[in-house]
Design a protein around this ligand. Structure first.
Ligand SMILES: NC(=O)c1ccc[n+]([C@@H]2O[C@H](COP(=O)([O-])OP(=O)(O)OC[C@H]3O[C@@H](n4cnc5c(N)ncnc54)[C@H](O)[C@@H]3O)[C@@H](O)[C@H]2O)c1
Length: 264
């Protein structure tokens, strides 16, 4: 198959969190690889910018203003996307929120918000996409099946003070990914997670600003490569998992983290 395995021409992808940062970079790269990309987010303005970016580069992009914590709204958007494009091959569930706060100060609202977006939002996206793919005979009817890519985080590889809600939500995504991989494999659908290290995005910029520090600089020093990630570093991992290049890969956690953590 060679390099054509990365070619997504004729495929359809749905990307949540596509208005900013990593989600935007993923949407742009999947479109560059040839996919028609459905960009979903709560941020309407950011979505339009992503759409313009993709269209200016000659790609195909549609937008869906969606809150991923709203199961019905998200399900309807995924259904519309599949209907408009005639198929659905890839779900990249990227939308997420950061949260910091020590365990003893963590309240119900924090838990509900962070688990709502980071875990339930990913679960609902995967459920909606898998239903469409299964109804189409597995993976949008494509010869090599469908692919669901979930967003975990390097936070699952370490215990850091102040990151309870966030790391628990991402650990839940890892278990969701493994469980779904076992359940959906027989339907020709692969499920994998990406667990990036620190990536320079509006999210991490806000974090640094709020805490008046450069976490980024400290994490860059921990990487054997001596830098933090860029959204495109993660997008390339997502493209691999979305494409036929990873046809025999499922239930795995891919870590574009600059070598900051090296679990077995
Ligand atoms: N930046 C990093 O260092 C890093 C590292 C590991 C994992 N991640 C994960 O990558 C993902 C993207 O992060 P980013 O750094 O690009 O952040 P970002 O803030 O730039 O982008 C997140 C996007 O998610 C959207 N979003 C938030 N809540 C939503 C909701 N309820 N419904 C729909 N959309 C919603 C936001 O509007 C935004 O466009 C997140 O899941 C994050 O946890 C980021």
């Amino acid at each position: 198959m060679g390099l054509t395995a990365y070619d997504l021409t004729g495929r359809t992808a749905f990307v949540t969190g596509a208005a900013s940062g990593i989600g935007r970079a993923c949407a742009a790269l999947l479109a560059e690889a040839g996919a028609a990309v459905h960009c979903a987010d709560v941020d309407e303005k950011g979505l339009s910018e992503t759409q313009a970016l993709i269209r200016d580069a000659g790609g195909l992009a549609a937008t869906h203003t969606v809150d991923v914590t709203d199961r019905k709204q998200l399900g309807a958007a995924v259904g519309r996307a599949a209907e408009d494009s005639g198929r659905l091959d890839v779900m990249a569930a990227i939308a997420g929120v950061m949260h910091t706060g020590r365990v003893l100060e963590t309240g119900e609202e924090d838990l509900d918000r962070v688990l709502g977006v980071n875990f339930k939002g990913v679960l609902y996206a995967c459920q909606a996409a898998a239903r469409v793919m299964i109804a189409a005979g597995g993976g949008g009817g494509g010869p090599l099946g469908g692919s669901l890519v979930t967003m975990a985080s390097g936070a699952v590889d370490a215990a850091r003070s102040g990151l309870l809600c966030y790391s628990v939500s991402k650990a839940a995504v890892v278990q969701l990914t493994r469980t779904l991989a076992t359940e959906l494999g027989p339907h020709g659908i692969r499920v994998n997670a990406v667990a990036p290290g620190w990536v320079r995005t509006p999210m991490t910029d806000r974090h640094d600003e709020a805490h008046q520090r450069r976490t980024e600089a400290a994490l860059a020093r921990m990487s054997p490569l001596g830098r933090v990630g860029e959204p495109e570093d993660v997008a390339h991992a997502v493209l691999y998992l979305a494409s036929d290049a990873s046809a025999f890969t499922t239930g795995q956690i891919l870590r574009p983290n600059g070598g900051v953590a090296m679990p077995w």
